[in-house]
Design a protein around this ligand. Structure first.
Ligand SMILES: NC(=O)c1ccc[n+]([C@@H]2O[C@H](COP(=O)([O-])OP(=O)(O)OC[C@H]3O[C@@H](n4cnc5c(N)ncnc54)[C@H](O)[C@@H]3O)[C@@H](O)[C@H]2O)c1
Length: 274
């Protein structure tokens, strides 16, 4: 039998907690949680209690987490995901990144670093569908990619761009286009859309060529992402209607499940799909 892969989780919030529980429940023979870290140390302590019954998995910093892990899972923040990736890869560890927004425009550097240290980087597709077909179509050549995100107006409450444009969210009836432009601009103004736009850009034609439209629509209850890809192999159109995570209304349920499915691909010998 193979040795269990030792996993370290950085960020013990909603996603980190869900993943730690899933790793324990779904992959008991392939992996074990070896280390947990959070800038709020009590969160790492509390998750360690839930997973192992004591505080022994909680460490004070990322350096000690990396030394105890073979695979590091980042689920902390896009402000630190690039630094964590660099540190883990420099020490030959594999890494799975949830805060994909922190990697935008850094794919070449990330690839170089992983190659130099013979390590792997995993970036789950998150709350969107179609990354599999996009990867295949990219082999022939992509002409254009457009992401249209549609959410209830109140989902944009507190967004700086909305305040600056003086958009009255509570007065929107039907649909209102809030933003239309390059993914590189969209991620600056709509940080809560950052991971979806970053994953799509990195898998496809980059953040400057990927187009993004963000729509507020008071008729929808779900977070809806539509993707339209025009390629030399034909057109690909996907629509994902996301329900919110039962434990965390900020996160799409599918995004957490996509991370669990990525782990499954890492652990299992047969890989189905692109
Ligand atoms: N790729 C996707 O589809 C996807 C989906 C959901 C969430 N995310 C991303 O995953 C990350 C976690 O999401 P969440 O819902 O669990 O957020 P959360 O706020 O519930 O948890 C984040 C945790 O990380 C900790 N943290 C922040 N900075 C840290 C640092 N420098 N070092 C250690 N710990 C740190 C916080 O204290 C907190 O406990 C976010 O960046 C979010 O954008 C990505």
């Amino acid at each position: 039998m193979h040795k269990k892969i030792k996993i370290g989780i950085v960020g013990c919030g909603a996603v980190g907690t869900s993943l730690a529980k899933a790793i324990k429940a779904d992959f008991p023979l392939s992996a074990r949680i070896a280390s947990l870290c959070d800038i709020e140390k009590n969160r790492a302590d509390s998750l360690s209690q839930k997973i192992s019954g004591n505080n022994s998995l909680a460490v004070l910093n990322i350096r000690s987490l990396i030394s105890r892990s073979k695979l590091v899972i980042e689920c902390a923040s896009s402000l630190c995901s690039w630094d964590i990736a660099k540190e883990a890869l420099n020490r030959g560890r594999d890494i799975m990144i949830m805060s994909a927004g922190g990697l935008i425009s850094r794919l070449p550097a990330l690839t170089k670093l992983a190659d130099k240290h013979a390590a792997r980087v995993y970036i789950p597709s998150g709350a969107i569908s179609g990354i599999d077909a996009l990867k295949a179509a990219k082999v022939s050549g992509i002409k254009s990619i457009t992401l249209t995100t549609r959410k209830h107006p109140l989902s944009f409450k507190g967004v700086k761009y909305i305040k600056e444009k003086r958009i009255a969210l509570d007065k929107i009836r039907g649909e209102k286009i809030l933003f239309s432009g390059a993914a590189s601009e969209a991620v600056k103004y709509f940080p809560q859309n950052i991971n979806v736009a970053a994953v799509l850009s990195m898998a496809g034609i980059g953040e400057n060529k990927t187009r993004v439209r963000i729509i507020a629509d008071n008729r929808v209850k779900r977070n809806i992402h539509e993707i339209r890809i025009v390629s030399k192999a034909g057109d690909i159109i996907t629509r994902t209607e996301n329900l919110l995570h039962p434990d965390n209304p900020k996160t799409s349920y599918l995004a957490v499940l996509a991370a669990v499915a990525t782990l499954k691909q890492i652990f299992e010998p047969v890989r189905i799909g692109t």
